[in-house]
Design a protein around this ligand. Structure first.
Ligand SMILES: *[C@@H]1O[C@H](CO)[C@@H](O)[C@H](O)[C@H]1NC(C)=O
Ligand SMILES: *[C@@H]1O[C@H](CO)[C@@H](O)[C@H](O)[C@H]1NC(C)=O
Ligand SMILES: *[C@@H]1O[C@H](CO)[C@@H](O)[C@H](O)[C@H]1NC(C)=O
Ligand SMILES: *[C@@H]1O[C@H](CO)[C@@H](O)[C@H](O)[C@H]1NC(C)=O
Ligand SMILES: *[C@@H]1O[C@H](CO)[C@@H](O)[C@H](O)[C@H]1NC(C)=O
Ligand SMILES: [Ca+2]
Length: 616
C-alpha cells in the first residue's frame, strides 16, 4: 500500500505537470521581470497532519484486557488485546503509523459483547485546514471490512457534517438506498453521494482489506482513463458548480456501524469475532491555497499555505493588508496550462495579465473637484477612431501603455463632448447631461480599492470608473465617502470601515451630512459634533430651545420654580411667564397692589429682549 501511494504522490504532479510554480523570471525583451501563474501545492500524505478522535470513549479494546478471535479461526479465541501491554495494545495511532517489515499494526475496537446493541464507532480526522483530495481515500481493515459504514466530511472544521459515501453489503437493507457503482458515474452526477456494495462484501479478511472512496474514478470521468487529460478536469472544476468543493474538506469521519460478519448471520454464541480493526487510513490531498501557493507547510500546529500573489491567510483567502485595490479572487486554472494568478495589487498597480486600460492612481481626496477637464495625451491615432464604438476596441487592449494625465472625473453624471486639440491630444469638456448609462460597458478588472469589483468604461470620457461601490463609498475608484458618511483618516482607503456614518442628531442638525472631521451642521442653540448638545441658555426639548426661565436672568418670581428651563411653575395666586402677575379673583385680595409686579415685569421684558439679541 505504502510504496504504491508513495509512487502515486511522486508521479502525480508529474502527470499533472501544470500549476506547480507561482512565478517565473522572464528575461525576454528589454527589462526582465516576474511573470505570475496560478499555482498549487503538491499532494501530500495527509494522515501525518491529522488530529484524530475515536468515539465513543471506551471503544478501543484492551481496557480491561479481552480475548478475541477471527472469522477464519472462530473457535481459537486466544488473541489478546491489552492496553497496558505495549505488544498487545491497539491504540488509535496505529492507524497512522509507518509499518515496517509488512507487519500490520492496527487500532482495534472492543468486541461485540453487547449484541444486539449496535457496535458503533466514529473515527474523526481533523486537519484544521481545507484540503483537496487528489487520490482515493483508502481505509485498510484487518479481520474483515465493515458491513455498514458511512464516510462523512466537513468543510467547516467539524461544525456541520455531510455524508460522502455509504457502504453496506446490502445498501437497501442498511440505508434504504440503491446500490451504485462508482464507474457508472457520469459528468452529470460525478459529485453524487451514493451507496456502494463494492467494498463491503465478504471475501475473506486477508483477501480484500480496503474500503475506498474513489477519487480517481471520479477524476477519470473528466480526465479520461489514466488521468491523461488532467487539464480537462481542471477546466471542469472551474466550470461545474460544486465540483471543486466536492473534493474539498477540513475533516473526515468514518462512522463504523456494523462490523464484518464473515458472510453469515451474527452468531450470538461467539461475539468475540466481531470487532473493527483498522491498520491504515490513507488520505492523499493537497492544501487548498486557492491557486495562490505552491507549497504548504506544517507550522504552529497546522498546515499553512505559503501564499504568493500578495495574498495571505491559511488558505491564501484574503489580500494582504494594503493590497485591496481589487476584491480578492482565487487564482484560475484558465487558461491552461498556466492559469491566471488573479493577484492582489496595491493601489496604483495594474496587473499585466489583464491590461484593459491603464488608469492613474486614485488622486488624494482633497484634489477631488467637480468639472475638471480631462486631458488625454499621446493617444495613438487608433484610439480616436475606435472611441466611437460601444465596445473597448481590441486594438486598445493590445496597444502599448497609454500615458494619460487624468484627474478625477466629475462625480455626477455628465456628458463630455470631445474635440481634437491642435497637438493631436483629445480634450474632453464637461457638458451637463445624464445619458451615460447606455454607452457604459461593464468591465471585469478595475481599481476600486476593494470596494467593488465592477467597472464601467465610459466611452465619451475614455475612462474606467467603478460602479456599485460598497462600504458606503463612491467615486471613480470608490475613494470617496457617500453623503452622510465621512472618512476615518486613521485607516487606509481600502479598509472596509473607511467611511463612518455622520450620525447627526435628527432634531439638532439641519441634515444628515457632515464635514471631513465628522461635524454636523447644527441648528441654532445646538452644538457638539453630532448636534446633540445645547448652548448655554438653552434646553433640549426635541432640539435645543431657548430657556424661558433660569437661575440667573429669567428667574421665576414670587416663589415660582423653573421647570426644565421652559416654564415657571407658579404658586397659587400668581401667573405669567415668570409668575410675575398676581391673580385678581375674590380669593386674592392684593391684586390691586400690583405696582411691584409691574416693575418686575418691565425688568423681565427688557431682559428678555436683551437675551434674544444675544442669542439670535
Ligand atoms: C458519530 O457521529 C455522528 C455524526 O456524524 C453522530 O450523530 C453520532 O452521535 C456519533 N457517534 C458517536 C458514538 O460519537
Ligand atoms: C487552526 O488554525 C488556525 C490558523 O492557523 C490557528 O490559529 C488555530 O490555533 C488552529 N487551531 C487548532 C485547534 O489547532
Ligand atoms: C505584489 O505587490 C508588489 C507591490 O505592489 C508588486 O511589485 C508585485 O508584483 C505584486 N505581486 C504580484 C504577484 O502581483
Ligand atoms: C477609525 O479607525 C480606527 C482604527 O480602526 C478606530 O479605532 C476608530 O474608532 C475609527 N474612528 C471612527 C470615528 O470610527
Ligand atoms: C468641521 O467642522 C468643525 C466645526 O464646525 C470645525 O471645527 C472643523 O475644522 C471642520 N473640519 C473641516 C475639515 O472643515
Ligand atoms: Ca498501522
Amino acid at each position: 500500500m505504502l510504496p504504491l501511494a508513495a509512487f502515486l504522490v511522486h508521479c502525480f504532479p508529474l502527470a499533472l505537470g501544470h500549476y506547480d510554480i507561482c512565478k517565473s523570471w522572464v528575461t525576454s525583451g528589454d527589462s526582465p521581470s516576474w511573470e505570475y501563474h496560478a499555482c498549487q501545492p503538491k499532494p501530500m500524505f495527509m494522515k501525518g497532519y491529522a488530529m484524530v478522535k475515536v468515539e465513543p470513549p471506551g471503544i478501543t479494546c484492551g481496557d480491561p484486557a479481552e480475548y478475541f478471535c477471527t472469522h477464519e479461526n472462530p473457535y481459537l479465541c486466544s488473541d489478546e488485546c491489552d492496553a497496558a501491554n505495549r505488544d498487545l495494545a491497539h491504540p488509535p495511532r496505529l492507524m497512522f503509523d509507518k509499518e515496517e517489515d509488512g507487519l500490520a499494526t492496527y487500532w482495534q475496537s472492543v468486541t461485540w459483547k453487547r449484541y444486539p446493541e449496535p457496535l458503533i464507532a466514529n473515527i474523526t480526522l481533523s486537519w484544521n485546514k481545507s484540503i483537496e483530495l487528489t487520490d482515493d481515500i483508502v481505509v485498510t481493515f484487518e479481520y474483515g471490512r465493515p458491513t455498514m459504514m458511512v464516510l462523512e466530511k466537513s468543510l467547516d472544521h467539524g461544525k456541520t457534517w455531510h455524508p460522502y459515501q455509504f457502504y453496506a453489503d446490502d445498501c437497501m437493507e442498511a440505508f434504504g438506498m440503491m446500490s451504485n457503482k462508482i464507474r457508472e458515474l457520469t459528468t452529470d452526477n460525478a459529485k453524487r453521494v451514493q451507496c456502494t456494495e463494492e467494498y463491503s462484501r465478504w471475501a475473506g479478511s486477508k483477501k480484500e482489506k480496503n474500503v475506498r472512496f474513489d477519487v480517481r474514478e471520479r477524476f477519470a470521468i473528466f480526465a479520461g482513463p489514466d488521468l491523461r487529460k488532467m487539464e480537462n478536469l481542471y477546466m471542469a472544476m472551474e466550470r461545474v458548480k460544486g465540483l471543486k468543493e466536492f473534493f474539498t474538506l477540513t475533516d473526515l469521519r468514518i462512522r463504523l456501524l456494523r462490523p464484518a460478519l464473515g458472510g453469515t448471520y451474527v452468531q450470538r454464541d461467539n461475539l468475540k469475532k466481531y470487532f473493527y480493526a483498522i491498520s491504515n487510513i490513507e488520505v492523499i490531498a493537497r492544501c487548498k491555497c486557492n491557486l495562490h501557493a505552491s507549497s504548504c507547510n506544517f507550522r504552529d500546529g497546522s498546515l499553512q499555505c505559503e501564499c504568493e500573489h500578495n495574498t495571505t491567510g491559511q488558505d491564501c483567502g484574503r489580500c494582504k493588508k494594503n493590497f485591496h485595490t481589487k476584491f480578492w479572487r482565487a487564482g484560475s486554472y484558465n487558461p491552461a496550462p498556466r492559469g491566471s494568478p488573479n493577484s492582489c495589487t496595491q493601489a496604483g498597480t495594474i496587473l499585466d495579465t489583464n491590461p484593459i486600460l491603464r488608469i492613474s492612481d486614485p488622486p488624494p481626496m482633497k484634489e477631488v473637484k467637480e468639472n475638471t477637464a480631462i486631458q488625454v495625451s499621446t493617444i495613438p491615432p487608433v484610439l480616436e477612431t475606435k472611441l466611437q464604438h460601444r465596445e473597448i476596441p481590441e486594438k486598445i487592449r493590445a496597444a502599448p501603455p497609454i500615458h494619460k494625465e487624468l484627474t478625477l472625473t466629475p462625480s455626477s453624471g455628465r456628458k463630455h463632448s470631445k474635440k481634437a486639440s491642435p497637438k493631436g491630444s483629445i480634450i474632453l469638456e464637461s457638458t451637463p447631461a445624464i445619458v451615460m448609462e447606455s454607452s457604459v460597458k461593464i468591465l471585469k478588472s478595475c481599481e476600486c480599492l476593494g470596494h467593488s469589483n465592477r467597472c464601467s468604461y465610459i466611452e465619451q470620457l475614455n475612462v474606467v470608473t467603478c460602479v456599485s461601490c460598497k462600504h458606503n463609498t463612491r467615486g471613480k475608484h470608490c475613494e470617496q465617502c457617500r453623503l452622510g458618511y465621512y472618512r476615518n483618516v486613521s485607516v487606509g482607503l481600502d479598509d472596509k470601515n473607511v467611511c463612518v456614518e455622520c450620525d447627526c442628531n435628527q432634531m439638532g442638525s439641519w441634515h444628515d451630512r457632515c464635514n471631513e472631521t465628522g461635524y454636523c451642521e447644527c441648528k441654532s442653540g445646538t452644538t457638539g459634533p453630532k448636534c446633540d448638545e445645547c448652548l448655554p441658555g438653552h434646553h433640549w426639548i426635541e432640539g435645543c430651545k431657548p430657556n424661558m426661565c433660569d437661575e440667573e436672568l429669567l428667574i421665576c418670581q414670587n416663589g415660582g420654580t423653573c421647570h426644565y428651563g421652559q416654564k415657571c411653575i407658579c404658586p397659587p395666586g400668581f401667573k405669567g411667564a415668570l409668575c410675575q402677575h398676581a391673580k385678581c379673583d375674590s380669593n386674592h385680595r392684593n391684586c390691586d397692589s400690583a405696582s411691584n409686579a409691574l416693575v418686575a415685569s418691565a425688568l423681565v421684558l427688557i431682559c428678555t429682549l436683551m437675551l434674544s439679541v444675544v442669542y439670535i
